[in-house]
Design a protein around this ligand. Structure first.
Ligand code: SAM
Length: 341
């Protein structure tokens, strides 16, 4: 068993199937440059084999397909088909939802039951300003399509002081009315934000998010899974019901009849001590930590027979586990698109 001094193991894998993205979000990439695929990206077969070997080596249980933007990759359909046959407990996708309507059939046919959608605002102007591409209505249609198909959705929003802080409540109401769990991601000090005043100026932390929500909703902190990155809150009290009814609810989140939201509070409440994540980039490198640019090439391993490959992977993964931060996210120059967020 590969386990570190804090008892951490790799259980959850994120595979970035392409570095290319159809958006150029201000906090993710500099200069509005849309991202292109890395030159030496692994093929679908190599990526699926890598996942299979990682399952054999460390018992990966959960897989999240990410990017770049996974739904624009020509590899998406075949990769999803390939990994959906590997017996994982959970396969899900993180997407900006621009191609969700177009990919609905392949997602549903391959058993996708959960999706994470990145959506920072419901204001079309702010949307263009942040994503620097895409169309908000197309995203909203994609969301409705998935809800109608019974897929469980989470929406991830990165609150930024200058462009979408005013959308914290707007998005929360939108999500509560649709049985979607909204998760606020505290801005991470990565890529071009490292050593820049932009990071300090734009950062909106957990306390401030809670204060904004608290002016309109009563909520209470609730439990979340051991290796969850998000601090979870439950909306309680009559005020919540009033909002939900007013927004045209289709029903609320669980059997308690209450809605939830979460905060991925990487700065305010770091979750490194219980992190079980391993990341594989589209060009064949394993990353043990989002906040560490150390990476481990797996190309030679993909040329080996299974037995040999697993024993080499064991050595690599022991090293990759040492890359995890002890306590908290410290920031990194790595751009999120390479390792998929
Ligand atoms: N294109 C897909 C999407 O939009 O969900 C997957 C890749 S994207 C890099 C994954 C997540 O990383 C998105 O939710 C995005 O908001 C988040 N992200 C990117 N840069 C970030 C940063 N500096 N701080 C916090 N979240 C960031």
């Amino acid at each position: 068993m590969i386990v570190d001094h804090q008892g951490r193991q790799f259980k959850s894998l994120r595979v970035s199937i392409t570095a290319a993205c159809n958006y150029a979000c201000t906090y993710c990439v500099p200069n509005g440059k849309k991202l292109v695929a890395a030159q030496d990206e692994l093929t679908t077969d190599q990526l699926v084999r890598a996942v299979r070997l990682l399952i054999s080596t460390v018992g990966i249980e959960k897989l999240r397909i990410t990017g770049g933007e996974p739904l624009i990759s020509p590899k998406f359909d075949s990769f999803l088909q390939g990994v959906s046959r590997l017996g994982l407990q959970d396969v899900s996708v993180t997407t900006n939802a621009q191609f969700l309507e177009k990919k609905a059939t392949v997602l549903l046919e391959n058993g996708i039951k959960r999706l994470n959608i990145s959506l920072d605002t419901l204001n079309p102007l702010a949307f263009s300003k942040i994503a620097r591409s895409g169309d908000l209505n197309t995203v909203l249609r994609g969301i409705e399509t998935m809800l109608e198909a019974g897929v469980t959705l989470k929406i991830n929003m990165v609150p930024l002081r200058s462009s979408n802080k005013d959308q914290i409540l707007t998005l929360l109401r939108f999500c509560l009315a649709r049985n979607i769990e909204l998760r606020f991601i505290e801005l991470m000090n990565m890529g071009h934000l490292q050593h820049s005043s932009t990071y300090q100026n734009e950062f909106v932390g957990q306390d401030e998010i809670l204060q904004i929500i608290g002016e309109h909703y009563e909520f209470a902190r609730t439990g979340s899974a051991y290796d969850s990155t998000s601090v979870r809150y439950e909306i309680i009290g009559p005020e919540a019901d009033k909002h939900i009814t007013g927004a045209g609810s289709r029903g609320i989140t669980d059997e308690t009849g209450r809605g939830h939201f979460g905060i991925i509070a990487n700065e305010s409440e770091p979750f490194c001590r219980s992190c079980t994540r391993l990341r594989l980039s589209s060009n064949g490198y394993l990353y043990g930590c989002l906040s560490n640019s150390r990476r481990h090439a797996i190309h030679p391993i993909l040329e080996m027979e299974d037995d040999q490959a697993v024993s080499h992977l064991q050595a690599i993964l022991s090293n990759a586990l040492k890359d995890k931060q002890d306590k908290q996210f410290v920031g990194e120059y790595t751009v999120m698109k390479f390792i998929g967020g």
